[in-house]
Design a protein around this ligand. Structure first.
Ligand SMILES: [Zn+2]
Length: 121
């Protein structure tokens, strides 16, 4: 019986190294590979900006590899401004939300009306 062929996708240094290992090392390798895959999937899931991460009144514009883009209308904090007294809020402004090392950050990009065409979302 011929030994199994390594998948073509495996780099040569790995394909040649694995058959030389003993059974317990190969078993460890299998567990380690599985753990790496699980960790990556978890990291990806954490990196996803969900509806709970953005203000409820925000409009989700789209997501790409740079983050999730949302349009928000905001109050300015000036008590004499109409926005603080039930009037029209400012904006909409566009923000980019992204997870960096597990921490959600948002970046102000500008007024939505001035960004039309600049962001591809
Ligand atoms: Zn205001």
């Amino acid at each position: 019986m011929n030994p199994p062929q390594a998948p073509d996708s495996l780099p040569k240094y790995i394909a040649e190294g694995i058959p030389k290992q003993d059974d317990s090392t190969i078993e460890d390798l299998r567990k380690y590979s599985q753990a790496i895959l699980e960790h990556r999937q978890q990291t990806r899931a954490e990196a996803e900006v969900t509806a709970e991460d953005i203000p409820s009144n925000a409009e989700r514009l789209g997501t790409d590899e740079a983050g999730t883009f949302v349009a928000e209308t905001v109050t300015c904090g000036d008590q004499s401004c109409g926005c603080m007294n039930g009037g029209k809020k400012h904006g909409p402004y566009v923000y980019r939300y992204v997870y960096n090392d597990g921490t959600l950050t948002s970046e102000y990009l500008g007024k939505q009306s001035e960004l039309k065409g600049d962001i591809d979302v």
